[in-house]
Ligand binder design. Structure first.
Ligand code: KMH
Ligand code: ZN
Length: 275
């Protein structure tokens, strides 16, 4: 069976301590949970920053502090979010690429996001992609809806694949306003992906388990974490991000999918010379 990369998205931009007091928002909390997630089997970390009040922050000082801590205490592949929060501006989001992490997320279109709109008009998507090509940053193409996958094809047709030689996509399912987190939607999305693409999936909230189980069966990679899920079950808040990584790794074992460590994750994503 094919190797499995487990990405952890510990923080996100939209949830707060009032939603679950265990969510890590400050750099020291994020780094401590990153260490535990690596020990549990995560290979890549998707990072968002927050300000002192816990609001989304794209401040390079905040992001730099998190990245330095994660690099010092783990070998996780570091991915910075260029999505930020729904109210973050285009210029601040674009500037994240200049920090030159190994990878950045790149959302491929606008989408209703609960009562808000997550804005990603095509010209901005294109600017982000060109900046990633220039800075040798591996994009993770975030697709919240089927139309976003069409935009990904448009981007690749116009500008070619990433320099790392890997087109890596993450299907974000179950956002209120995006594609539903169902096996049927996952099959439809996977069928539209570019031939040979590497892909992972994540199901928001209650869709986490149907998406996870379907993805394991189809050979995709997984993203888990408190960015996407705050309740472990109906009556149980998530204890910490490592609990979500543990569950993914336990299900992977049942599915007989070997879990890739950070070194193998780099190879699978074209980030390492040891292919
Ligand atoms: N916070 C969401 C509006 C990304 O990280 O690239 C966007 C998001 C996507 O989280
Ligand atoms: Zn994110």
């Amino acid at each position: 069976m094919s190797e499995l990369v487990v990405t952890v998205a510990p923080t996100g931009a939209e949830s707060h301590y009032r939603d679950n007091p265990n969510i890590p928002l400050q750099p020291d909390e994020i780094v401590a949970q990153a260490v535990a997630c690596e020990q549990a089997g995560a290979g890549l970390i998707h990072i968002h920053g927050r300000d002192a009040e816990g609001a989304s922050s794209l401040d390079p000082v905040v992001l730099g502090e998190i990245v330095a801590g994660v690099r010092e205490r783990t070998d996780l592949v570091v991915q910075l979010s260029t999505g930020g929060g729904v109210r973050d501006g285009f210029d601040d989001r674009l500037a994240v690429v200049g920090l030159r992490p190994e990878s950045c997320s790149l959302t491929c279109g606008s989408v209703n996001f609960g009562d808000e709109i997550f804005r990603n008009p095509y010209p901005f998507v294109e600017r982000l992609y060109l900046a990633m090509l220039e800075n040798d940053v591996l994009p993770e193409f975030e697709c919240f809806d089927l139309g976003h996958i069409e935009t990904l094809h448009r981007l690749l047709d116009r500008h070619g694949p990433p320099r790392q030689g890997v087109v890596h996509c993450n299907l974000v399912m179950g956002v209120p306003g995006g594609m539903p987190g169902t096996p049927q939607a996952l099959l439809a999305a996977r069928a539209q992906l570019p031939v040979g693409a590497s892909w992972s999936a994540t199901g928001i909230g209650r869709s986490t388990l149907p998406v996870m189980l379907t993805t394991l069966a189809l050979g995709g990679h997984l993203r888990v974490g408190m960015e996407d899920v705050l309740r472990f079950s109906r009556d149980e808040p998530v204890r910490d991000n490592a609990q979500l990584v543990d569950r993914a790794v336990a299900l992977a074992k049942i599915a007989q999918r070997p879990v890739a460590d950070s070194a193998r994750t780099r190879v699978l994503l074209g980030l390492s010379a040891d292919a």
